[in-house]
Ligand binder design. Structure first.
Ligand code: FCB
Length: 431
């Protein structure tokens, strides 16, 4: 089996969470988010659940951070709507919380990896068009400045946006995430404006002298033999963001469907969008098998396979992590440092969860083999530290290394957490 000593001594291991999924958003002066609006629409979110209480991490953060003993780093996010409840006015209590949180992370010897946007846009900005409105770049830039002014001196790394594909495509074309649209032109505008907002935030961060700046993208392996439909899926899923970020233009297969819908003059934004990154975050969970569909562009659908599945129904395919890292290294990023910012599985069984430990180590083995082939990976974050609010699936899907009882808020470490920590602590000789 792969050992800690197989990775470089300075390789970082951590766990990840996000603000809206764990904090509890109904106190501390936080404003409503676009997820509160979305969950209020019947049928959009399992049981109409929201992040109102979630894990109540807002009040339990000390105890939660104690669970990370033995890790090197912690990936967390700040909530836009907690800090700017109406999108404009600053909520000092929200900033105070993140100030305490960062100090508590540092006090445990963990490196704070901050993500600025993990989907909690203030509902007030959603009402102004959200990601469809070009002004979002300036709104996001202002929020970036507000956060960095308060905690920028203590974070080890900053990601602008988590998973632009979900923020734009999943939310505006497939309709599964807030605001739940199924409209190609809304989706095209959102795609472009998410990138523009990233570019604006990067500019502000650079101007402040902030170091270690990146973005977090999600990728899915694509089974071979899917033909042109799979190629279109691959372009939208895996290339629609990294290509503009690193090469300053959208892939031809993306333009095939999006060109008529992109905001006029989009080409002029590309210089700002493709400003250099210091690192790229890679989220990887699964592989898709894709076939042609009779509907409108991109005319692709998913095919069920007999592969082993997680509680989400996602195929377990560790080899896809190495495939993704090799593709990124060869086609886009070269020597740019990479971090696996999310990887993990949902599982109903708890706290005995050997399948989760197997998922973890099988993916770490693939990660190591991609590094041997040249991928410059510097860290790995497991998703997630805690069972939490899994967006449209509510609280049923459990990704945590730690079980959370959502009625008593009791935390119980799962076997996978103990196994992971033992593995991290093993001396090179024990390997
Ligand atoms: C990713 C999200 C994260 C979580 C995992 C399972 O797409 O970034 O918040 O929902 O999936």
């Amino acid at each position: 089996m792969i050992a800690r000593a197989d990775f470089p001594a300075d390789f970082l291991f951590g766990a990840a969470t996000s603000a809206y999924q764990i904090e509890g958003h109904s106190f501390g002066g936080a404003g409503a988010t676009i997820w509160d609006t979305f969950a209020a629409e019947p049928g959009k979110v399992a049981n109409g659940e929201t992040g109102a209480l979630a894990c109540d991490h807002y009040h339990h953060y000390e105890e939660d951070l104690d669970l990370l003993k033995g890790f090197d780093a912690y990936r967390f996010s700040t909530s836009w709507a907690r800090v700017m409840p109406d999108g404009r006015t600053v909520n000092q209590a929200g900033l105070d919380f993140y100030d305490r949180l960062v100090d508590a992370i540092l006090a445990r010897g963990l490196k704070p990896f901050l993500t600025l946007y993990h989907w909690d846009m203030p509902a007030a900005l959603g009402a102004l068009g959200g990601w469809e409105n070009r002004d979002v770049a300036g709104w996001f830039g202002d929020y970036t400045d507000v956060i960095m002014e308060r905690i920028g001196d203590r974070v080890a790394s900053v990601a602008t946006i988590n998973e632009p594909w979900c923020v734009s495509w999943l939310a505006h074309f497939l309709g599964h995430h807030a605001p739940g649209k199924t409209d190609i032109s809304a989706a095209a505008r959102a795609v472009h404006h998410v990138l523009l907002a990233h570019g604006e935030a990067m500019q502000r961060l650079r101007a402040r002298g902030q170091a270690n700046l990146g973005i977090v993208l999600n990728f899915e392996a694509v089974a071979p033999q899917g033909g042109p439909a799979a190629a279109r899926f691959d372009a939208i899923m895996n290339r629609m963001f990294i290509e503009p970020l690193t090469k300053g233009g959208y892939p031809a297969l993306v333009l095939e469907g999006l060109a008529p819908h992109l905001p006029e003059g989009w080409q002029h934004d590309m210089a700002q969008i493709s400003a250099p990154l210091d690192w790229l975050g890679v989220n990887y969970y699964t592989r898709q098998t894709v076939a042609k569909d009779s509907g409108p562009w991109p005319a692709c659908r998913f095919v069920q396979t007999d592969a082993a599945k997680t509680q989400m129904g996602w195929d377990i395919y560790p080899g896809g992590l190495a495939e993704t890292l090799t593709m990124l290294t060869q086609d886009y990023v070269g020597d740019l440092p990479l971090f696996i910012t999310e990887n993990g599985m949902a599982l109903a069984q708890s706290p005995q969860d050997p399948a989760r430990s197997r998922y973890l180590f099988d993916h770490l083995a693939e990660l190591k083999s991609a590094m041997a082939k040249g991928a410059k990976v510097q860290g790995y974050f497991y998703w997630s530290l805690l069972d939490n609010y899994e967006w449209a699936f509510g609280y049923e899907k459990r990704f945590g290394l730690v079980h959370v009882d959502f009625s008593t808020l009791e935390r119980t470490p799962k076997d996978s957490l103990k196994t992971f920590k033992r593995w991290l602590a093993a001396s090179p000789d024990a390997a």
